[in-house]
Design a protein around this ligand. Sequence first.
Ligand code: GDP
Ligand code: IMO
Ligand code: MG
Length: 413
Amino acid sequence: MQKLLSSLGPVAAVIGAQWGDEGKGKVTDILAEHYDIIARACGGANAGHTIVINGTKHVFHLLPSGCLHEKKDIVLGAGMVLHLPTLLEEIETLKESGIDIVNRLYISPESHILFDFHKEIDGALEELRSREKGQGIGTTKRGIGPAYMDKAERVGIRMEMLGKNIEGELKERAKRVLQCYGVTIDTDKEMANMSAAHAVLKGRVIDTIEHMHSGLSNGKTILIEGAQATLLDIDHGTYPYVTSSSTTIAGALQGLGLPPNALTSCIGVAKAYCTRVGSGPFLTEMDEEHADRIRTKGGEFGATTGRPRRCGWLHIPDLKRTAQINGFTHWNITKLDVLDTESEVSVGIDSKSDAEAIYDAIPGWMEPTVGMTSFADLPENAQKYIYFLEQKTGVPAALIGTGQGREEMIIKS
Ligand code: GDP
Ligand code: IMO
Ligand code: MG
């Protein structure tokens, strides 16, 4: 671990390389022990990050996964859209496990409030798209798109307004929301949610940029937990089947107000195969028989919506592209154990046209790797698979996941 930490340096980021759910939460939790400030930059409760500790599962949507470690500062950056009842619920759940994070929570006044009406608009727009085009984007219906629409239109309400009276503004907004989307804003309920959040969070809406920069000047370290993933990025993803935020490292730095030259490393997280939730292209999608097996073995059901995830093989050109966009310094290849019973592992290495992938077939290892923590213990073919990925992408696989549990991770020097 010490060798890995010195190669990561004081400002490290964890960024998804595929379509999300790669296992960013798990690696963030493992590394968080060694960092002072853990930060989320963008997105909202569309994220679902799972950690398993001693068999107990914890799922985070807004708080970064590192917050189970006591004494760490938790930053929610300006790029985020915050559904306050969800945030309170997460804080409360942690409290029930004996972890109080309020006094170490730093919320950017520039982050936007995501209201219940945003969720309703999200649902209404999905329905409209399904009706008009036969299919929606397959959003998480957490209100993400509509909240960022308000932000881009410059009518969003930010966390700096917590504790202030915004009833008039909401009532004014209600007319247009009803007219445009047929959605009624329940002003009383939205105001009650604001009051409840103010009661818990007052004093925690703080200049997060100053907090992080003064921390850095005092020798503190920062771990950035990305949400969503590069192929879901609003600019660089498989548009229009993407989310509404910038999910790359550049987006994360922007969302936090950290300069690019502060960053010392960027870990790309990719499954040993690939999954996607929602609509959109997936060149290396598996046939149903394979997909069923992987879905069952890998527990491939959304952490936020419970939807079955579509399953496919790795696609090297995508990994290379996401490595280029993010400047990955390390890979965390996750869920290697899920491939243990595959006699052959396919990897997309190129494509004939946009519609057909060309595959390499890698011999499987057909031996359990579950729970392994040493690279040398891996079956030879599993090692070869990792070497193959490193060689094809030019990025070293520093971390390799072999199970859900916090301990089930190989740290390869
Ligand atoms: P995130 O959104 O990137 O944090 O990922 P999710 O939590 O949505 O989905 C990843 C799922 O895979 C979770 O259920 C994790 O517990 C699980 N997971 C993570 N790493 C591994 C691994 O190496 N092996 C196995 N079997 N499961 C893993
Ligand atoms: P984490 O952080 C997987 C997907 C949705 C949909 C598209 C747009 O857990 O990796 P949105 O609700 O954002 O407007 O939906 O993006 N999506 C995710 N898929 N993991 C996520 O987050 C996701 N966040 C959004 O399924 O296809
Ligand atoms: Mg997830």
